[in-house]
Design a binder for this molecule. Structure first.
Ligand code: PMP
Length: 360
């Protein structure tokens, strides 16, 4: 029996995609082999990889003049790859600090750059807010501005895209990419680990504006050099073929549903249902300012933390799994990515109401 899996990543996958993969697992496209057993340089896999890229470009309406890369190393590798590709060691870059993942990106950048300007820091609100759009002042000469549009742990999501003028905007979209339409042309670099809305862990999508290619500093490892990887179609070395193939199936599934405008409607409805239930109860609480609550990751607490473990056990018995909050913050967190059906959120809300009735 399938459960409703609220994990933050690796996360639930669309059942249709898993079934499609299962159906062709041992004999992919008449090859007599699994897709994970064929050469990445063979005609069949190259076609599969190209098809995935085309679908991703269609979904995001990526304009001309951008490379779409399929890399490894996760978003964490990009924390270092971004400064290596976009800035000299003696340069400075701007960062927004809105929570745990911003902090990790900042810490890594500090090892690669002479100066990291944290031009906004939401510590005062305990990372339950985002900086106001009008308050952002990009530093003169900054090589780029980096931010985290959706903080997976804190459940904070920017309701706007920062305006950085000519300074390239870099976004860690790990936990929001493909959840709604975005204006790719506003960004210099977008990156995302796959294990939330894209596919299995092990694949990292990087979308980079062509004019930012070729700036990598000397000594940048070839696998992290956007220009070199782009020049080789992300096949400078062996790519994560199975994850790439699975991502292609996810993109096809999203297109069948109606693309990002349709998934956005569904995601907003799921989020409203869950936040509505939390806000209407005196037992559950979400600390995030309403205007920047994440559609993807919904942290919440119980009025009596000593009930946390019964909540989790009973939820698991009801087929609702992986609801514990991140180990750094505790409480609960429901990640409701694209592949979480509305029925999953309805089941969670019904369980929460019943738990409150019995224990509240
Ligand atoms: N950034 C964000 C926003 C994330 O949610 C995560 C993973 N949860 C990471 C970065 C790190 O990603 P990875 O594990 O793929 O390196």
């Amino acid at each position: 029996m399938r459960v409703f899996n609220f994990a933050a990543g690796p996360a639930t996958m669309p059942l249709e995609v898993l079934e499609e993969a299962r159906a062709e697992l041992t004999d992919w496209r008449g090859s007599g082999m699994s897709v994970m057993e064929v050469s990445h340089r063979g005609k069949a896999f190259v076609a599969c990889a190209e098809e995935a890229e085309i679908r991703l470009r269609e979904l995001l309406a990526v304009p001309r003049g951008y490379q779409v890369l399929f890399l490894q190393g996760g978003a964490t590798a990009q924390f270092a790859a971004v400064p290596l590709n976009l800035a000299a060691a003696e340069a400075a870059a701007d960062y927004l600090n809105t929570g745990a993942w911003s902090k990790k990106a900042i810490a890594e950048a500090k090892g690669q750059l002479a100066r990291v300007n944290v031009i906004a820091d939401e510590a005062a609100s305990k990372y339950t807010t985002v900086p106001g759009a009008a308050a952002l002042r990009v530093s003169p000469g900054a090589a780029y501005l980096h931010y985290t549009p959706n903080e997976t742990i804190g459940g904070v999501e920017f309701p706007y895209v920062p305006d950085t003028g000519d300074v390239p905007l870099v976004a860690d979209m790990s936990s929001t990419l493909l959840s709604r339409p975005i204006a790719v042309q506003k960004f210099g670099v977008i990156y995302a680990g796959a294990q939330k809305n894209i596919g299995p862990a092990g694949l990292t999508v990087v979308i980079v504006r062509d004019e930012l290619l070729g700036r990598a500093r000397r000594g940048t490892p070839a696998v992290w050099d956007y220009r070199q990887m782009g020049g080789e179609g992300s096949m400078l070395n062996t790519p994560p073929t199975f994850a790439w193939y699975m991502a292609g199936l996810v993109f096809k599934w999203l297109q069948r549903l109606g693309g990002l405008p349709e998934i956005a409607v569904r995601n907003e409805a799921k989020a409203q249902l869950l936040y509505g239930a939390i806000d209407a109860s005196g037992f559950y609480a979400n600390p995030v300012a309403r205007e920047c609550r994440s559609w993807m990751n919904v942290p919440f607490t119980l009025a009596e933390p000593e009930l946390d473990s019964s909540f989790l056990t009973q939820a698991r018995d009801a087929g609702l799994v992986n609801l514990e909050g991140h180990r750094s913050v505790g409480g609960m967190r429901a990640s409701i990515y694209n592949a979480m059906p509305l029925e999953g959120v309805q089941a969670l809300v019904a369980f929460m109401r019943e738990f409150e009735r019995r224990h509240g």
